[in-house]
Write a protein that binds this ligand. Structure first.
Ligand code: PBG
Length: 341
């Protein structure tokens, strides 16, 4: 075989050669600018209370809905792996859902029992809970609908979310995470937590949650799609327009003024510019949610033999850290931590 190499005596006059610093593994390691460890990752957990054990989520290889009885042991093992915490998502049976999402305020509801299990098994391991009505409503929306069912009501929804957050803090949640995108909910939740004496419970605000198609597999996992009859639930009346950057900054300013403890961007990978924008505008720590669709697309391509699963997993997470996220919620949390051994 002949190679069409340029002649070897060809020399550039080139004092600046960045490749000098890439020649050894040790120098590459020493000069790495972004650090990613399991301590930066939060594992979302889907919890069910039905008969039977763990149920696989078809569109999310490696992800299961675990039974309530497994929550304690799961938290212990995730804590041993050095992760930052868990984010709990309840999967309710359809018969418990209604238009008002009333199961969200059941004092013995699934997510409250899951928090207690987690805290009993691993008291020092942070538990984050979702504050939104979609796992509880029969229409799959994050709040209460108006009479014609055309709009999600803001203030009436906030009134429910506030109660939900207090119940979660009372059960032991370290951070409550409003993911509903109602206006004013962060301030209202802060006021209610403080009034109830839960001044130490923090708020992880889903500040810039975009109306994204990447949530599809999650909606299968928690059954909000089945309840609504579609994974393409239209939440554009409350979630952000994917076209908008300034609107995310405006939400960030409001959440910060309302005393959010951390701000979150979601999805993460397709919204790295927003993470960077917020990083430059706020001194609060930032979280990013690598959502179900981001996870599933890497798995799907790997199954087809088109991408390397582990390397794409690690690169996707590193990119989110590089953009400016302190914490990453990711379905890869356990696998990443296990791979780091
Ligand atoms: C809703 C909620 C969603 C996710 C977390 N909380 C989906 C939605 O807005 O329909 C999505 C997370 C994921 O896709 O992994 N409160």
């Amino acid at each position: 075989m002949t190679h069409a190499n340029p002649p070897h005596d060809f020399k550039l006059e080139l004092p600046c050669r960045p490749r000098r610093l890439r020649r050894s593994a040790a120098l590459r390691r020493a000069l790495e600018e972004t650090v990613l460890t399991p301590a930066h990752l939060v594992a979302p957990l889907f919890v069910h209370d039905g008969p039977g054990g763990a149920e696989p989520v078809a569109s999310m290889p490696g992800v299961e809905r675990i039974p309530l009885s497994a929550v304690g042991e799961t938290c212990r093992s995730l804590e041993r792996l050095g992760l930052a915490g868990v984010a709990l998502f309840p999967v309710l049976e359809a018969r418990l859902k209604d238009a008002g999402g009333s199961a969200a305020l059941d004092p013995d509801g699934l997510v409250l029992r899951a928090i207690r299990e987690a805290k009993a098994a691993a008291p020092g391991f942070p538990v984050i809970t979702d504050v939104a009505l979609d796992p509880y409503t029969d229409h799959g929306h994050d709040g209460l609908l108006n009479e014609s069912g055309t709009e999600v009501l803001n203030d009436a929804t906030v009134a429910v979310l506030v109660k939900m957050a207090v119940l979660q803090a009372e059960a032991g949640a370290d951070l409550v995470a409003p993911s509903d995108m109602m206006d004013g909910r962060v301030g209202a939740i802060r006021g209610a937590l403080d009034a109830a004496g839960f001044t130490g419970a923090g708020i992880l605000a889903y500040t810039a949650k975009f109306a994204s198609a990447y949530y599809g597999p999650f909606r299968e996992a928690v059954g909000s799609a089945a309840a609504a009859g579609t994974t393409l639930l239209d939440k554009r009346g409350y979630q952000l327009n994917p076209a908008n950057r300034r609107e995310a900054l405006r939400e960030a300013a409001l959440d910060e003024a309302e005393a959010a403890d951390l701000l979150m961007v979601k999805p993460a990978g397709p919204y790295l510019d927003i993470i960077r924008d917020l990083r430059e505008r706020t001194d609060l720590p930032l979280a990013a949610y690598q959502v179900s669709g981001e996870y599933s697309q890497i798995h799907a391509a790997a199954r087809l033999g088109w991408l390397d699963l582990e390397r794409c997993r690690d690169e996707s997470l590193l990119a989110i850290r590089r953009a400016g996220a302190d914490l990453i919620l990711t379905y890869f949390a356990r696998a990443y931590a296990e791979a780091r051994g």
